[in-house]
Design a protein around this ligand. Structure first.
Ligand code: ZN
Ligand code: ZN
Length: 511
């Protein structure tokens, strides 16, 4: 009778006597075994339409015990769907230990859902790239405002002192024009400017900049990830629907559509010979023999063709030696043919591969007499997020945009600039060392290792150094330096307060 209903094939059709499942544990076990059979037949890990039907039943149940039983059946129908779990978490009659268990299962269902996981990975890649540019831009703005004059000072120091007034501007302008003419875009310019400012950042800022370089210049990669191949995505979506036991509406897959989808829809609509042909063709093409042999074996087993099923299970066991499913199903097929010794051997083999999985399969068997229910092979999640994350062919606009923004030579990959920036930022402190200018911690004046601002190896400027030693020759000069120190101190305090307001604990770094 169950088989007739399966041929009819609508998801929410339930076997006779199912109404008793709310009250009788016996009927509940029968319903669970029926669901297991449906799972093997329909190639669905989750029977979502059935789950929703059972949740309706839970809402209508007269007693809270029955409601709980229905909700638990719904969770068993779709273990990978968070909805039934969530209902169990929120029902007042669920015990607390069970609530925690179902809450964790709901969370795992959301995170491990192949569609969610695939989308998350792609969005995260895109987000990291954009965050890289935002961080780089913020560091550039802050670095130019707070430490820009140190860079300018060291840059001007590269010229003979008589030519430090206008020549640096001219050379800078000339360099920018030459870079522009050579094809470097604004992105490359921003990167170079940020790289020049990095040695003046505090160590935490340098680490931040290293990450930002890597993320920002790998953005073209992330864009490639974010732009999916539409054909591949729709294939992933259909597989996903198939996996959750839903049917893609009036969808009729063509002869070159995904074999998993074609097989499953043909099987659900009762066209078993067509389904078998699709599976044989997939096998002939060399697609995952473990999956397809178990699937074909289950179809044969459920139609009573035990010998044919046995052949498929044996082939599957050869292809997947460390999967208990083929061995367990082989045990069932031999049991049905009354080959008791062979059945026992297969069961021992399945137990030796994974004893706890066999225990689970046994628990799902129908109570009383009758054929066993074969264990199903779910469509692996990787078969969904694999095609989902397949990048599209690079769109026509991407090349010119990257060419304009960074540089036009595809032979020099942009991510190499990110890698160079990353290494440079991490090593900047050591590379620049004592050659870079610093700020006098006393008054904020540039302390330069080359010109006269720094005295005798101290980090203080000449004025602060002599003030420190109480050597100031002129009281008016002393007062001027003290005033400058007070101004600098107020500025630093303001910066620290602002920094702490924006990022608590980071005030000193930002000031
Ligand atoms: Zn000073
Ligand atoms: Zn200098």
């Amino acid at each position: 009778m169950g088989l007739v209903l399966l041929v009819a094939g609508t998801a929410a059709a339930l076997p006779p006597g199912w109404q008793a499942a709310g009250r009788s544990p016996e009927a509940r076990a029968r319903l669970r075994a029926w669901m297991e059979r449906l799972r093997a037949e329909r190639l669905a890990s989750d029977l979502v339409p059935l789950e929703l039907r059972l949740l309706e039943e839970a809402q209508r149940a007269p007693t809270s015990e029955e409601a709980l039983a229905w909700a638990e059946l719904a969770a068993a129908a779709a273990p990978g769907d968070p909805r039934a779990r969530w209902v169990l978490v929120t029902r007042p009659e669920t015990r607390w230990a069970e609530r925690v268990r179902h809450g964790l299962a709901a969370l795992r269902a959301v995170v491990a859902d192949p569609w969610v996981a695939g989308q998350l990975a792609a969005r995260a890649a895109l987000g990291v790239g954009l965050a890289g540019w935002a961080t780089l831009a913020a560091l550039l703005v802050w670095g130019a405002a707070a430490r820009g004059r140190l860079l300018l000072h060291d840059y001007a120091d590269a010229f003979p002192w008589r030519y430090r007034r206008w020549t640096p501007f001219g050379v800078g302008l000339f360099l920018a024009g030459a870079a522009w003419a050579a094809g470097f875009g604004p992105g490359a310019g921003l990167g170079a400017l940020a790289a020049a400012l990095v040695p003046y950042l505090p160590s935490r800022g340098r680490v931040l900049a290293a990450g930002a370089f890597l993320a920002a210049f790998s953005l073209p990669l992330a864009l490639g990830l974010g732009a999916f191949d539409p054909d591949s995505s729709s294939r992933a979506w259909q597989r996903y629907l198939v996996r959750t036991g839903a049917e893609p509406g009036a969808f009729e897959p063509g002869p070159d559509a995904d074999p998993v989808v074609r097989y499953t829809l043909a099987q659900r609509r009762g066209r078993r010979d067509e389904a078998a042909r699709v599976a044989e063709a997939a096998l002939a093409r060399g697609e995952d023999p473990g999956f397809w042999h178990v699937t074909l074996g289950n179809a044969a087993y459920l139609r009573g063709r035990y010998q044919e099923a046995e052949g498929h299970y044996q082939a599957a066991a050869a292809a997947r030696p460390d999967d208990p499913v083929p061995w367990y199903n082989l045990h069932l097929a031999r049991l049905a043919r009354l080959e008791l010794r062979g059945a026992d051997e297969a069961l021992q083999k399945a137990r030796s591969v994974d004893a706890s999985a066999v225990e689970r399969f046994e628990a799902r068997q129908p109570p009383g007499e009758g054929d066993g229910v074969p264990a199903a092979v779910p469509v692996p999640p990787a078969w969904i997020y694999g095609p989902l994350l397949r990048p599209a062919a690079v769109p026509a606009w991407a090349g010119p945009v990257v060419g304009w923004f960074v540089w036009p030579w595809p032979a020099v990959p942009v991510w190499a600039a990110g890698l160079a920036g990353f290494v440079l930022a991490l090593l900047a402190g050591r590379l620049a060392g004592a050659r870079r200018s610093r700020l006098c911690p006393g008054c904020g004046v540039v302390v330069c290792p080359r010109c006269g601002y720094r005295v005798k190896g101290t980090e203080l400027c000449a004025a602060c150094w002599s003030l420190d030693r109480a050597e100031a020759p002129d009281p008016a000069e002393t007062e001027r330096v003290r005033e400058r120190r007070r101004r600098w101190r107020r500025r630093l305090d303001r910066g620290t307060r602002l920094g702490n307001a924006v990022l608590p604990g980071w005030g000193r770094f930002l000031s």
